[in-house]
Design a protein around this ligand. Structure first.
Ligand code: FEO
Length: 397
């Protein structure tokens, strides 16, 4: 069902209420998501992006019923990933030859994903196409935000920006617009999305924001490809991205760990208590990495000024959940954060050293060599962990 976004701009996408995992199983979508496609109806009728493959037929059937496929003049494909290009094979089978405006990298991606040689019209930053009624579409390449092919499209004369994945969230809502939804839910999904997807590209985010803001274009609506549309103070999300891209951190420390028989859990809780005693204003969060959604742990890490990673030593290594999340954190390349490691052991005791090496590889600055405990922590060992937490907090100052 199409919905009006702005003058002559309609949302024609799909709200996916059932989605619980995205990017395979890489990203949890507790609140579902949406694949936002848009239809611009000026003298030209333009489709901006489409939907994920499972919804292709429903999407194209709706376009046929509500718009008429014969009335579409061309497609703008801001990004080739399958959640936005999944509707193309169905649409182009019913409208062969329809032009697709996209970047040169998107041609490669679309061919690689769909194995079709469609009617591509390659555009570069600054290129534009007239859509009538005094308006034109202006294209701005945004490579690595978050794929090499990514592009923003702007309606000059309409003040609407389509930035595709940038400024989005995985958040299904019938309310559609940022002024109508629950603000806590909205911002929680925004920061999770940024932390888990855009963190590695922070320097590019900064440069692209400077470039777009420097163009002094009026922006009344920012219409991303996932989640709600920004129409009330739309630049607030741009300002927030600039803040997040500048090595963002709060007065927060995340203690994340896994434990076999609760020994390392007791250390984690003792350390957290010690931090709180030494620095009462610091928000300390304790997360069992095997029992907590990993994207939520990563969001906590993103918000933190420092982290403590814990695992017992098992087979001269660390537990699976900690190995997995450290691999993920390493790829995100956080900057400006401090860290240390801890864990219980029975005989060899390598885990703090191994976790410390992982933390350094992931870009964290080690505060010290970490904390370890032989066998199950007794009252004295828990007190030693508390003291270690106090010292850790003081060393951050
Ligand atoms: Fe929403 Fe990069 O796809």
């Amino acid at each position: 069902m199409k919905r009006l976004v702005s003058e002559n701009v309609w949302w024609v996408g799909k709200i996916d209420w059932e989605l619980k995992k995205f990017h395979g199983s890489e990203y949890s979508t507790h609140k579902g998501s949406s694949y936002n496609a848009y239809l611009i109806r000026e003298e030209k009728t333009v489709l901006v992006d489409s939907v994920w493959l499972p919804f292709a037929k429903e999407f194209v059937d709706n376009l046929e019923a509500e718009v008429g496929l014969a009335n579409i003049d061309f497609i703008v494909q801001n990004h080739a990933e399958i959640d936005h290009s999944g509707g193309l094979p169905e649409l182009l089978s019913r409208r062969p030859g329809l032009p697709i405006y996209c970047t040169a990298n998107a041609v490669k991606s679309l061919k690689g994903l769909h194995h079709q040689d469609w009617n591509f019209r390659v555009v570069k930053s600054g290129d534009s196409v007239d859509i009538g009624n005094g308006k034109k579409l202006v294209f701005v390449e945004a490579p690595m935000l978050h794929w090499p092919d990514s592009m923003f499209t702007y309606i000059a004369g309409g003040a609407v920006l389509f930035p595709n994945d940038a400024f989005g969230q995985h958040y299904a809502s019938e309310f559609m617009f940022n002024d109508l939804v629950d603000q806590d839910e909205l911002w929680a999904e925004c920061i999770k999305y940024y932390a888990n997807i855009l963190t590695p590209f922070a320097s590019l985010v900064t440069k692209k924001i400077e470039e777009v803001v420097g163009m002094n274009l009026p922006v009344e609506v920012i219409a991303p490809s996932h989640g709600i549309i920004w129409r009330k103070d739309p630049l607030q999300i741009v300002k927030k991205y600039a803040e997040w891209a500048a090595d963002y951190q709060e007065d927060r420390i995340t203690v994340f760990y896994d434990s076999m028989w609760d020994g390392t859990r007791k250390l984690a809780e003792g350390i957290a208590q010690g931090i709180s005693e030494a620095s009462p204003s610091t928000s300390v969060v304790v997360r069992n990495a095997a029992k907590t959604d990993k994207n939520d742990v990563i969001t906590d890490v993103f918000r933190s000024k420092a982290v403590l990673a814990g695992s017992p030593t098992v087979n001269r290594g660390i537990l699976n959940a900690m190995a997995g999340i450290m691999e993920e954190i390493s790829g995100l390349r956080f900057k400006g954060k401090k860290a240390a490691a801890f864990g219980c052991y029975g005989w060899s005791g390598e885990s703090p050293k191994l976790l410390s090496e992982s933390l350094v590889k992931a870009g964290f600055e080690l505060v010290d060599d970490g904390f370890k405990c032989l066998w199950e922590p007794d009252a004295a060992a828990v007190e030693a962990a508390r003291e270690y937490g106090r010292l850790f907090a003081k060393r951050l100052v």
